[in-house]
Design a protein around this ligand. Structure first.
Ligand code: ADP
Ligand code: MG
Length: 385
């Protein structure tokens, strides 16, 4: 094809009006054909100009990312793309749109979706091609078996067994307590002191079994938040108060950045507190004494976000990919359920929990919850003020 066009271009001065018209119609017809082809694709196609402005989009892109091409044309792509999508696009902008990359982003507007975004530079034109694919269904199919509804029966059985184990454990604890009390009465007897130590060890081991079972029950219990309007600042302060001693012991300082007022979201404060507690605890566990954990509350038109940025060990990409799986832990006494439960809680609030990490640099967790009153996004400049 380029050969053909080149030869037409070379001969163009010699062509008469009629042949020019034929060539022109030929090209126009081709253009219509390729546009129709692009429009009929399931993949979203967007072309972004050198200044980050949207130049072209097919209808699949409009559908997947939830915007109208007519109205969005010429606007910064990073503004058009909603929710969690915008920062992703912005990042590519910052990188100069030069690097071809594939990533998956979760968008929460107009509905929750997982979108795979492939960017490729169109170098000769100084533009960037974005290919969008809705991979929500694929990812949901892959979602962990514990989270799938098909396992309701198994879940019930398992929770029954866990409860049954709880009862004898309680009885054991009580008996060990009685035994310890008796042994303490004979503190002068060397054997009693030894036995007391054994009893304490047994009690602490039972404590561990109990915490494993508790975690397990929490993990398989369906999450049903009791929602009411509230600020994320309240559960955040509570979680930090509950962790105060732990943070002090590990020598971690928290730098809190709260805006003057935080818009309300529909939340179950107890559940959100648990999420913040888990994230702050993980961060503290990943950091050396003397480090600072930065926690920021912020909001935009659509969402309120709590960002936990630590300067801890960070994670390799392979590790990061699996942190939400149940029982995945790198800690001696971890249960590997904290993040899984946290993500389920956030999702039950219509939000998303995202993790980004760089090994040796640190980790950032973002809790994003939709605002109670979302400010309607207006795309036409004349209405913006
Ligand atoms: P647990 O804390 O019991 O191990 P979690 O589900 O809370 O379980 O976390 C799972 C794993 O994810 C942790 O064991 C750790 O390897 C990794 N992880 C979580 N948060 C961080 C963090 N802030 N920095 C580095 N690694 C983390
Ligand atoms: Mg944890």
């Amino acid at each position: 094809m380029p050969g053909f066009f080149d030869s037409v271009a070379r001969r163009i001065g010699k062509l008469d009006a009629e042949s020019l018209r034929r060539q022109y119609e030929h090209l126009a017809e081709d253009r219509r054909f390729f546009e129709a082809l692009l429009r009929s694709m399931h993949e979203g196609v967007m072309v972004v100009g050198g200044r980050g402005e949207l130049k072209w989009a097919n209808s699949a892109a409009e559908r997947i990312a939830g915007f109208s091409y007519e109205r969005a044309r010429g606007r910064p792509a990073a503004q058009i793309l909603p929710g969690g999508f915008a920062p992703a696009a912005q990042e590519h902008l910052e990188e100069g749109w030069t690097r071809a990359a594939v990533r998956e982003v979760e968008i929460s507007y107009p509905e929750r979706k997982i979108v795979s975004v492939e960017t490729a530079p169109l170098e000769s034109r100084g533009e960037t091609l974005l290919l969008l694919r809705d991979v929500t269904a694929e990812r949901e199919r892959e979602a962990d078996a514990l989270e799938s509804g098909r396992n309701d029966a198994v879940r019930e059985l398992a929770s029954g067994v866990a409860h049954e184990i709880g009862n004898p454990l309680n009885a054991l604890t009580i008996h060990l307590q009685l035994l310890a009390r008796e042994l303490r009465k004979n503190a002068g007897d060397e054997r009693c002191v030894r036995w007391l130590k054994d009893v304490e060890t047994a009690r602490s081991e039972i404590g561990r079994v109990d915490s494993i079972i508790r975690g397990f029950l929490a993990a398989i219990r369906p999450v049903k938040p009791l929602l009411s309007p509230g600020s994320l600042a309240v559960p955040l302060q509570r979680a930090l108060a509950a962790l105060k001693a732990h943070l002090e012991n590990s020598g971690v300082r928290v730098a809190l950045d709260l805006p003057e007022s935080v818009p309300n979201a529909m939340i179950d404060p107890g559940m959100i507190e648990q999420v913040f507690f888990n994230l702050a605890k993980n961060a503290a566990e990943a950091m050396k004494s003397g480090s600072v954990l930065e926690i920021t509350l912020r909001y935009d038109d659509m969402n309120v976000e709590a960002v936990f940025r630590d300067h801890g060990s960070g994670m390799a990409p392979e590790e990061l990919a699996r942190i939400f799986e149940p029982y995945r832990t790198t800690k001696r006494d971890g249960n590997g359920l904290g993040l899984m439960v946290s993500r389920r809680i956030v999702r039950a609030h219509g939000g998303e929990l995202e993790a980004e990490s760089k090994q040796g640099d640190g980790t950032r967790f973002t809790v994003r919850i939709p605002r109670l009153e979302r400010r309607v996004r207006r795309l036409s400049t004349s209405e913006d003020s």
